[in-house]
Design a protein around this ligand. Structure first.
Ligand SMILES: [Ca+2]
Ligand SMILES: [Ca+2]
Length: 358
């Protein structure tokens, strides 16, 4: 079997060699057709074409202008000796520009001195008449504590059929644009892909409030997309836990600063000023308000309700049990949606008096 394979292979070579020799006798290679933007295969709607091809005919040391022609106009190329053959060029139209639409095939023909046709090269030229589109633009996180956000941008480019991403000149660059129109950053893409996704970082100069940031894409024939924008918030400050609002009240709503030996049910509360409070993060260490060692009092989740004007009241229903007078301490910690964190120690002067019953 092994020898049979080798024998077949040798027969195959003997058959192929003459055909191969004939095919290199004359050739057109390195075929390019570029518009003014230099993208092979693509022109603008109003443009010229620079054709370029390398022509070789074995035994012909001088391929002249009448031997390489653009079909069917039969305009001759200008040929000069190059490294691998004759480099032939043609600009069409010879001056100015002409209109293009959709996709047009072209054929270049190579002739011998006796005017017999020796080789042809074909290609197609597509007019990129449509701007690219930013099809998706997402800023994350929606609220930043550092000032830096991540921009997830998807761009599609089209040639002459909107929505068709099989043909396009390609995406040249994406600009990150501020709401005042200033370009904050430019990401160079410059490849032939018609669908591109990039992740870009953007850092705001603002310390608070909100900002609008946008993206604009350019295709490789320099048509630009419309701006697509998204908003995000900047929050570099942690929640402000207002020590002057710290209260301990009894079930009648009265302030508690005096207690005897009997424990009583109270509500501890504090106001927190923060535009985007993470209410689930508000926790207190209330162990200073109960002399029983109750582990749940070490880290107790608050119940929070929004009062308005960025102020939220958070409260804890507990049992107050003291055995001495003095400043009773509570610590409260809270985070906002941007992850900024704050912790404060609060204290309230309470008086303890043993009941004297006889
Ligand atoms: Ca385009
Ligand atoms: Ca904040």
């Amino acid at each position: 079997m092994k020898y049979a394979h080798i024998a077949l292979f040798i027969i195959y070579l003997v058959i192929m060699i003459p055909i191969y020799s004939a095919s290199v006798f004359a050739s057109l290679s390195n075929v390019y057709a570029k518009g003014s933007n230099g993208i092979n295969g693509y022109v603008k709607s109003e443009d010229y074409i620079d054709f370029k091809v390398t022509a070789v005919i074995d035994g012909d040391s001088d391929i002249n202008d009448s031997q390489v022609k653009l079909s069917p106009t039969m305009i001759g190329f200008t040929c000069n000796p190059g490294l691998t053959g004759f480099d032939c060029t043609l600009r069409y139209p010879s001056s100015g520009t002409t209109s293009f639409s959709q996709t047009t095939p072209y054929t270049i023909k190579l002739y011998k001195d006796d005017e017999s046709e020796e080789a042809t090269a074909t290609g197609e030229l597509t007019a990129d008449t449509l701007s690219p589109a930013v099809t998706s633009f997402t800023v994350s996180p929606q609220t930043t504590g550092t000032g830096t956000v991540s921009l997830d941008i998807t761009i599609n480019d089209y040639a002459s059929v909107s929505g068709d991403t099989t043909k396009c000149s390609g995406i040249k660059k994406v600009e990150i644009v501020r709401s005042d129109g200033g370009v904050a950053d430019t990401k160079t893409i410059d490849n032939s892909s018609c669908i591109v996704n990039i992740i870009a970082a953007y850092t705001t100069t603002k310390s608070s409030g909100s900002e609008t940031i946008c993206a604009r894409a350019y295709d490789r024939v320099n048509q630009n997309s419309t701006l697509v924008c998204d908003d995000f918030n900047i929050d570099r400050l942690g929640p402000a836990i207002m020590s002057n609002s710290f209260k301990i009240i009894d079930s009648n709503g009265n302030d508690v600063s005096y207690i005897g030996t009997e424990p009583i049910g109270v509500t501890v509360s504090v106001n927190i000023t923060e535009a985007e409070l993470n209410t689930g993060s508000v926790k207190a260490n209330l162990s200073g308000l109960n002399t029983d060692v109750l582990p749940t009092y070490n880290n107790m989740q608050g119940t929070c309700s929004y009062l308005g004007s960025n102020v939220t009241e958070c409260s804890w229903p507990i049992t107050l049990r003291l055995d001495s007078s003095g400043a009773k301490k509570v610590t409260v910690n809270a985070s906002d949606m941007a992850g900024n964190y704050n912790v404060v120690a609060l204290s309230k002067l309470c008086w303890f008096k043993q009941h004297i019953y006889s």
